[in-house]
Design a protein around this ligand. Structure first.
Ligand code: NAD
Ligand code: DAU
Length: 353
């Protein structure tokens, strides 16, 4: 398995995965398919494209012609599908695009995998498909057999995609795996999600908007640990299986925000409690026993070290951040082989093997 098609690789986790694979599997070839939505940033992939280990195609996973053309030409051994609309708040404002990308896009990729007999389709899912847990039951956590009970349009679209993967696997014999990971943090995360947003705001002494009372709990995992889990699943995981991925690392939002402020030497008076997110999930907690027992996977980054490293990364990558905050990254994206959806022509950038 050494030809990977990585969709959504210009986003947060996908780009980290590409760098992970380049470091750990230098002989492999990677093609990134990404439509470069507001969350995709071609600048993030610049070093990878320059190195030559990665090719890039700008295209939409729900556009059948583009997807089938990419498969026909590249013939991937495995597909890792990170491409998604990923932000819960945006899904509450405008659900439609979440259904198109997250459900139809997944179906389109799986149809192409069947046609071109791809060895493995891996769906990057989320712990949010299980809904939430009460705050007063620390004994409870999500296992792979916990029923799906999504709360937001985002998580409902991810749960739908998971059901489709199960159906394609059983009905058509697609060789597929699914991973359901908890909240990630680390380099290259778009500054709309809690941790990078709070870091960016605190650096410039802006108010930090904490929803409700800040008591909601998330189970945080460093993105590098997520990447090592995905690498293990696509190479050694059993087709037809779901694997939960998490760090047993729960913190309330308020605890996370306070930690960031402490790392930056900023006052807690910057915290501003704002209206709660509608339908806000209370607590996530993932039980990763299956992946640990079957594949020997364990996370390695301690939360305090991971947060310190992430805070420093954002301080040291002012240009990457400023490009996003100023909107300059959109022009870079526009130069990146853009073709309107439906037009089967596309360009390759970089000179992958
Ligand atoms: P992200 O929003 O940072 O990146 C998504 C990427 O997908 C972007 O590069 C975007 O341009 C691309 N994309 C969007 N629509 C596309 C389309 N129609 N065709 C092709 N490309 C498209 O997301 P992320 O945080 O890196 O999440 C990646 C995956 O991991 C998602 O499936 C998400 O559900 C899942 N996940 C995320 C987390 C987390 O904490 N961020 C945790 C668990 C699972
Ligand atoms: O659990 C995995 C999921 O984690 C992924 O599937 C999603 O793609 C990813 O976005 C993330 O979802 P969350 O909703 O948990 O992440 P977010 O960073 O948006 O919010 C984390 C918590 O912080 C949540 O309880 C809401 C709260 N929050 C968020 C923002 C952006 C705030 O209090 N203020 C904010 O400004």
């Amino acid at each position: 398995m050494n030809k990977l098609l990585v969709t959504g690789g210009a986003g947060f986790i996908g780009s980290n995965f590409i760098y992970y694979e380049l470091r750990h599997r230098p002989a492999d070839s990677i093609l990134c398919l990404d439509s470069l939505t507001y969350a995709g940033n071609i600048n993030t992939l610049k070093p990878a494209l320059k190195n030559g280990g990665v090719k890039f195609v700008r295209g939409d996973i729900s556009d059948r012609e583009t997807v089938f053309r990419v498969f026909k030409e590249y013939r991937p051994d495995a597909v890792v599908n990170f491409a998604a609309e990923s932000h819960v708040d945006r899904s509450i404002k405008d659900p439609g695009i979440f259904l198109k990308t997250n459900i139809i896009g997944t179906q389109t990729l799986m149809d192409a995998c069947l046609k071109y007999e791809t060895e493995r389709f891996h769906q990057i899912s989320t712990d949010e498909v299980y809904g939430d847990l009460p705050l007063n039951r620390p004994d409870l956590s999500f296992s792979e057999t916990t029923p799906l009970r999504a709360s937001s349009p985002y998580s409902a679209s991810k749960a739908s995609a998971d059901m489709l993967v199960g159906a394609y696997s059983r009905t058509f014999g697609l060789k597929a795996t699914v991973s359901r990971c908890s909240n990630n943090y680390g380099p290259y995360q778009f500054p709309e999600k809690l941790i990078p947003l709070m870091i960016c705001k605190a650096i410039v002494d802006e108010k930090l908007p904490v929803y409700g009372k800040g008591e909601n709990v998330r189970d945080w995992l460093h993105v590098e640990d997520h990447c090592s889990a995905i690498d293990a699943i696509i190479r050694r995981g059993r087709a037809g299986e779901v694997y939960n991925v998490g760090g047993r690392n729960e913190y309330s939002n308020l605890q996370v925000v306070r930690l960031i402020l402490r790392e930056l030497g900023k006052p807690e008076s910057l915290i501003s409690f704002v209206d709660d997110r509608p339908g806000h999930d209370l607590r996530y907690a993932v039980d990763p026993q299956k992946i640990t027992n079957e594949l020997g996977w364990n996370p390695t980054t301690k939360f305090i070290d991971g947060i310190r490293g992430t805070v420093n990364w954002y301080k040291e990558h002012g240009e990457w951040l400023q490009d996003i905050l100023s909107g300059r990254y959109v022009s870079a994206n526009e130069r990146a082989g853009y073709r309107p959806a439906g037009d089967v022509e596309y360009e390759l950038i970089g000179c992958g093997r």
